[in-house]
Design a protein around this ligand. Sequence first.
Ligand code: MF3
Ligand code: CO
Length: 252
Amino acid sequence: MVTLKNQAELDRMREAGRVVGVTLRRVAEAVEPGVSLAELDAIGAACIKEQGARPSFLDYHPRSAPTPYPATLCLSVNDVVVHGIPDGRVLRDGDILSIDCGAEAGGYHGDAAVTVPVGQVDDDAVRLMTVTREALSAAIEAAVPGGRLGDVSYAVEATARPYGLLEGCGGHGVGTAMHEDPHVPNTGRPGRGMRLREGLVIAIEPMVIQGGGDGGRTLADGWSIATADGSRAAHFEHTVAITGDGPVVLTA
Ligand code: MF3
Ligand code: CO
């Protein structure tokens, strides 16, 4: 069931989104060679708490996962596309790191992700991150009242085209639950799918794979999804409200 949010609800979602945006920036600023994923997770946890909010991911337990999610952030390095669990792994010069953060404030969730370089990365990594960020921007521009969900999906697919996408994964509605309807596929056809209406809030999240699209593989921890071909991946995500004034990024 798709829920549309009124202005008061969007104001509260803006607050949850702000917490996420601030936290992502704080964590990204701490990224450097030598820092561990566990240290970054602790920074994220403290930042969310300090703002009077609660991490959305911690203890989240969908039917598809064997165990509840054990951390505040998802931290995914190089060939890990999404849902990497922060551990003692130490970041090295040349790595790329996806930081995914969800927070709940006032009963509403925000969900966003960025991929950042660790120290000096090669040109291929820069291109991959740039294309993924551009795919998100193009999709956000398509999130307007009167458009169709397929316009958003197609914008991701078309922009990411020189690379490939993590098959079967995509974005989702966001509200009082972190994952609401509709599912927002990263591939689609323009003019098809659900009509976009004012008050719809969706997380758009391209997951782009350097070696071309694949279905990924789940690692032994039951959560981390890595590329099947071992190549690197990038992930960017924003929670976006569809309004009469156009798309509003709540997690900026
Ligand atoms: N942005 C991710 C998603 O929508 C965050 C979920 S991580 C989880 O799938 F740990 F909470 F599952
Ligand atoms: Co999400």
